[in-house]
Design a protein around this ligand. Structure first.
Ligand code: ATP
Ligand code: PRP
Ligand code: NIO
Length: 489
């Protein structure tokens, strides 16, 4: 039997539905629960992460509903009982989601997103939420890292052909734009998100005409007919300095005033040497404004090296190594329950103990604050509290390392900026995601509060993510309680 692929509700792991069935049978499914989504370790050895994914989460949660064909499929395949299937059919998301905003700086072991809803709903959302955040935040972080090295020069996203499938190309390029990239080569992403689109041409076009000059001339003729008139020929198909660049210059002179000779693209060879020689040739021909675009397996390391060699590159086209998060393919974010309603209707904090201290969860519904020193507008670190705390009302905050507690400092003159914002409240969407340019602007401004020591790509300082005393005490009390209980067994 064939089933229509008409909803995303089954974009989940089977165990989520199995657990939901258990809760439903046991009349636990409508208990209130709180889950928090976070990663433990920053990727790529970077000093900060950049959050992306909320746009798609909003789309997903708004549309969360099991379709008729979903129910038919579950009946036909796993064969859940009919009453449970009818319960699934009736579900929509009725809870509350708080999230960081896209472009926010995020760090290890702090909630990026929080779901407070019925146990069943929170559980059923897990896989998709992690799927979205793990990829988009990873790519935004990689893109921001690459942008750190590129600085003010332009960064073009070229990855679609190498991305892990179509969704990754589209949402990955959006994440890269959030982190400060200037354009995408993916035209659909341009249409869908309003990201500026740019493009040159491939080696194949030169090969088709068997001549740099002839191909570039034909290309220029079509550029003339376009509104933007942009002419950026690729110069390395046969020989950059003997054929590609001279042909580009010749055609540009012939079409002076009719096309905009914005740049030439180099895609390989020794790009330090070739870019310097190309620069000289363009300058001598009077094209001082024409830029040099480079592409070919670039990432932050090759870009840094090319810059150190004095490469004359103005624009960087980056594909594979960005869109596939080449050096670290997973962020490793997790989604953990931190509180559950008991039989008396009270919320009870819950913990997961592990022999690995980093994997012990922090119980209780929490708030995350960025502590900004008002004297220099730089961040002192992030501060995680239980939900009823109000750090802004304190004269002085004690910030201490959550594992090495002797590492501590007192901060006065601070603004405690709350980072989680209401996105859904009781099932209603209450947040409007800003447009993509505003999100990019927000992301770039966020970096201003971070000392440079956290922004360098190599061995950055570790940014403090601390627990409030109350949050830390709560965790320790719960650990001791559980240990005591285990002892008596
Ligand atoms: N001067 C340079 N210093 C450091 N890395 C460079 C320099 N020039 C190019 N690179 C990088 O070296 C790699 C070149 O690899 P390779 O020789 O396989 O490709 P290529 O020269 O582009 O060849 P092709 O065009 O046939 O693919 C690319 O990752 C490129 O970004
Ligand atoms: O190297 P990346 O960072 O992934 O950037 C994208 C690459 O895609 C194109 O090469 P490809 O060989 O696919 O096509 P081409 O024939 O146009 O060179 C382009 O020339 C870049 O080298
Ligand atoms: O426009 C380009 O130059 C481009 C686009 C995708 C991949 N490589 C290059």
């Amino acid at each position: 039997m064939e089933f229509k692929d008409d909803s995303l509700a089954l974009h989940t792991d089977a165990y989520q539905i199995n657990m939901t069935e258990t809760y439903w049978h046991d009349h636990m499914h409508n208990r209130k629960a709180v889950f928090e989504l976070y990663f433990r370790k920053l990727p790529f050895g970077n000093g900060y992460g950049m959050f992306a994914g909320l746009e798609r989460i909003i789309e997903y949660v708004k549309g969360f509903r099991f379709s008729d064909s979903d129910i038919e499929y579950l009946r036909d395949s796993i064969g859940y009982e009919e009453d449970f299937l009818q319960y699934l059919k009736s579900l929509t998301f009725t809870g509350t989601i708080r999230s960081m905003r896209e472009g926010e700086l995020v760090f290890g072991n702090e909630p990026i997103l929080q779901v407070e809803s019925t146990l069943a709903e929170a559980q059923l959302l897990e896989t998709a939420l992690l799927n979205i955040v793990n990829y988009q935040t990873l790519i935004a972080t990689k893109a921001s890292r690459i942008k750190q090295v590129i600085g003010k020069e332009k960064a073009l996203e070229f990855g679609s052909r190498r991305a892990q499938e179509m969704d990754a190309a589209i949402w990955g390029t959006r994440a890269a734009f959030i982190a400060g990239f200037d354009s995408t080569s993916n035209v659909r992403a341009g249409k869908k998100f309003g990201i500026p689109v740019s493009g040159t041409h491939a080696h194949s076009m030169i090969q088709v005409y068997k001549s740099d000059y002839l191909a570039m001339k034909k290309y220029a003729e079509s550029c003339v007919r376009r509104k933007n008139k942009v002419f950026i020929p690729l110069v390395d198909t046969y020989d950059v300095l003997r054929s590609g660049v001279p042909a580009a210059i010749k055609v540009a002179k012939e079409f002076k005033g009719k096309v905009e000779f914005l740049g030439v693209r180099l895609d390989g060879g020794d790009m330090a040497y070739l870019s310097k020689e190309t620069r000289k040739m363009l300058d001598q021909a009077g094209f001082q404004q024409t830029q040099i675009v480079a592409s070919s397996d670039l990432d932050e390391q090759t870009i840094l090296s090319l810059k150190a060699q004095g490469a004359q590159i103005d624009v960087w086209g980056i594909g594979t190594k960005l869109i596939t998060a080449f050096d670290q393919p997973a962020l490793g974010a997790v989604y953990k329950i931190v509180a559950i309603e008991n039989e008396e209707g009270e919320m009870v904090d819950t913990i997961k103990i592990s022999s690995n201290p980093e994997k012990v969860t922090t119980p209780g519904m929490k708030k995350v604050y960025r502590i900004i020193n008002t004297l220099n507008q730089k961040s002192e670190g992030d501060y995680i509290t239980l939900e009823d705390e109000e750090p802004q009302k304190e004269e002085q905050l004690k910030m201490f390392h959550p594992t090495h507690t002797f590492i501590s400092k007192y901060v006065s003159n601070f603004e405690a900026r709350e980072l989680l914002t209401n996105v859904f409240v009781d099932g209603e969407l209450v947040y409007k995601n800003p447009d993509i340019f505003a999100i990019q602007q927000f992301a770039l401004e966020n970096l201003n509060v971070l000392w440079e020591e956290y922004q360098r790509t190599l061995n950055p300082e570790e940014y403090p993510v601390d627990l409030s005393q109350k949050c830390w005490d709560n965790k320790m009390d719960i650990i001791h309680e559980i240990k005591a209980e285990l002892k008596t067994k």
